[in-house]
Each structure stands twice: as C-alpha cells, then as structure tokens.
Design a protein around this ligand. Structure first.
Ligand code: HSE
Length: 402
C-alpha cells in the first residue's frame, strides 16, 4: 500500500516517522505494508534520510496509480483544499490533521469521498493524538449527544498552566510552545481561540450530523487574563481554562470558546500542560472523557496514521461519517445562564456594596496586591452584559463552569 505525505513540517515528518518506526507493528495489525512513496514539499531536505522521496509537483503523486492514500499535513485552506479534492476525485483517500480545512470544507470533502468510494478522514484535526472523531462516529452512535465540553487547544493550556504554576510571562511561554511544535504558524489562532473554535465546530457537526459553521461559534481568547486573575481564582478554588463547549441546551443549541473558571469537581480541572481533555455527555451513557496529548509532532502524527491504517483496511469502501452539508442553525449565547467572576481594582472598594447588589454577588475574594473580585449569582449572559454596561470599573470577567 503506497502513501504520499503532503507537507514535510512538524506533523508531516511525524507521519513518516511513525510509519517507518512502527512499520512492523502496523504491518502485523494490517496484514499489509504501508510505504511512503512521496513527500510533497516546496523545500529540499538535504541530509534527511527521506530526501529521495521529496517531490515538488503534486501531479506526480496524482498520476501515480499506486498511491492510494494521501496524508495532508500542510495546514491552511489552500492549496490543501484543491489538492484534497483532486485526490478524492481520483479515488485516493485523504487523511488530514488540518482542522482549518475540515471546519471550512469537511462535509463537501466527505461527500466527494463517498461518491468516489474512498475516505476523507480527520482524526488528527481535533485533540491531537486523542481518539475523539472515531468514538463520535462509531462507539457513541446509540447516543443523543447533549453536550461536548473540552480543552481543545494544547498551546493555550500549556501557557495557562505555566502562568499559573510558575508565574511565567505570557510571551516567553508562547515562544516555548512554538519551539515545542505545539503552536500554529500564526499563534493568534491559538491564543485568540480560533483553533479551538474550529475544533468545536467539527465536533458539534458530528454531534448533530449537520454542519455547524465556525463563524457561529462565539469566540474569546486568553490574552486578557492577568496574573491577578490566577491569584483570585486559586483563592476561590478554581483553575482558569480555555474551554470549548457545544450544548444542545433544550433545542436552543450554542457553541462557544472562552476562558472559564473550572471547579475541582470538574474532570477538566486536572487537565494541564499540552494535554487536552474532552467530556462528551450522552443521554443514555452520561459522561465519557477523552484525554491525551492535544498537540505535538508524534501524537498528532499517530492520529493521522490511525486513519491511514483504517483507509488501508477499507480499500474501495467508504467508512460511515455522520456529517451532512446541510447547515445546523445555532443560537447566540445571550440566553445562556451561569455564574460570573468579576474583577475590580482597589479604587472600587468604596462601591463594593452597590456593586455586590447590582450583580447579586455571592462571594468576595480579595487580592493581596491588586483589587478584588466577586462571583455573581446565576444570571443570563444578556443580563450580565446589561449590568456590566452600567459601570465602568470592571477590570476583568471570566465565566464559571462548575
Ligand atoms: N496549535 C494546536 C494546539 C495544534 O495547540 O492545540 C494541535 O491542533
């Protein structure tokens, strides 16, 4: 079985490494061998053990009838979209780690694969090495999924953990995440929540079987979180996590990404560093949790190779994937109710009683150095927003997930 890898960057080189290092293991399970015949990249890789596999013209791969599986690890929408489409139209299966492309064109590529008796597979597009697409597509088929809540971005979880535990500076930890191969080419996608937003759009689409558009996911990143938020959250018994969530919400479905204060009672409380955790709530099964390395070369590559093996096992057969092109109508978050952590500077102390009354505050937490915060009673997002607009002394707000 011959494969080609498009893009010899962090994930692409990892795919070649996994296929070569675990060749025996994979062959034993597959009862066949998978060999990388080509690596497509604009660059040369002199001295690399696979330099002789590198080609620069995609047509060479498309025209080679021996190549049945394409690993698309290029990232970005174009040219990955055009390349994937051309491969599928020729009956070659495509396995990808490219969440941007899956979120933008996934259901169309799934349909084209079905029409051409091959597969468009995307296990590595969400949660790095964690199996989550396969469980949603197969193990959880009896369930009506009521909600998915996850830490879906390794870079931001790594940053938040280091800021909390080591008091580390945001930019230097981001640089560390980039050096470890966790961050996106443009790390704004990580820190502003867009990467997690694309991933929750993909999971939501599998939850409903219809397309949840990334643009319908309310998104906030982690750049406004300050060291005093960590201090006050800790005092109140919470950790700060960038959560991506999608809730069926009694027929008023919504999806969002934002920093949350997470309580000890929540299994996501303990998900630290580059790890991701995904809680899926089924109406019969209750909660299941999926945990593992959410980013990084070999974990992500391992997920791509799991798809490669599945494609090799299903030559000429399309594996079922419940995701149609029809758009799922989502709601905004205005009506969603929760508690809020609201922070003020020390100068607002004299207004504490009025502020507490305005926000029906339950618990005041004082910083040793910089102001105070309180936790509101349960209220809707719209209600919180309306109240917050009447005062000008709020320094920060973080939602609470118990
Ligand atoms: N930049 C992504 C992350 C890579 O940090 O989670 C894995 O999708």
């Amino acid at each position: 079985m011959k494969a080609a890898v498009l893009g010899y960057g962090t994930v692409g080189s990892g795919v070649v490494e996994v296929l070569q290092k675990n060749k025996e293991e994979i062959s034993r399970k597959l009862q066949d061998e998978i060999e990388v015949k080509y690596i497509l990249d604009l660059r040369e890789f002199p001295g690399d053990p696979n330099e002789n596999l590198v080609v620069h013209d995609y047509q060479t791969i498309l025209d080679d009838e021996e190549v049945m599986i394409i690993c698309e690890t290029m990232g970005g929408v174009e040219p990955a979209y055009t390349f994937s489409k051309k491969a599928l139209l020729k009956g070659k299966s495509v396995c990808t780690s490219n969440k941007e492309l899956v979120a933008a064109h996934g259901p169309e590529l799934i349909r084209i694969a079905r029409e051409n008796h091959c597969n468009y597979m995307f296990e590595a597009s969400v949660g790095g090495g964690i199996p989550i697409i396969r469980p949603l597509n197969s193990s959880l088929t009896p369930e009506k999924i009521e909600g998915i809540t996850g830490i879906l971005n390794g870079t931001t979880n790594f940053i938040l953990t280091k800021m909390r535990d080591e008091g580390a500076d945001f930019n230097s930890v981001l640089k560390e995440a980039q050096d470890m191969g966790y961050a996106e080419k443009n790390p704004e996608a990580d820190v502003e929540g867009h990467d997690a937003g694309r991933k929750i759009a993909i999971l939501s689409s599998l939850m409903y079987g219809e397309t949840v558009k990334y643009a319908d996911v309310y998104t906030e990143g982690i750049t406004k979180i300050s060291p005093v938020d960590f201090e006050l959250a800790k005092q109140a018994g919470y950790v700060i996590k960038l959560l991506a969530m999608s809730k069926a919400n009694d027929g008023r479905p919504y999806a969002m990404v934002a920093p949350f204060l997470v309580s000890k009672a929540n299994p996501l409380f303990a998900v630290d560093g580059v790890f991701n955790g995904i809680l899926v709530r089924g109406n019969m099964l209750g909660n299941t949790m999926y945990y593992g390395a959410g980013a990084g070369k070999l974990p992500t590559a391992s997920a791509v190779v799991s798809d490669v093996v599945d494609c090799a096992r299903h030559k000429g057969v399309t594996i079922s994937c419940n995701w149609l092109e029809k758009e799922k109508k989502m709601n905004g978050i205005e009506e969603v109710s929760r508690r809020f952590f609201v922070r003020f500077d020390a100068d607002s102390k004299s207004d504490l009683e009025q502020l507490k009354e305005l926000f029906s505050a339950e618990k005041v937490i004082e910083s040793e150095t910089d102001g105070f915060a309180f936790i509101t009673k349960n209220m809707s997002e719209a209600d919180y927003k309306m109240k917050a607009e009447t005062v000008d002394c709020i320094k920060g707000m973080i939602r609470i997930e118990e």
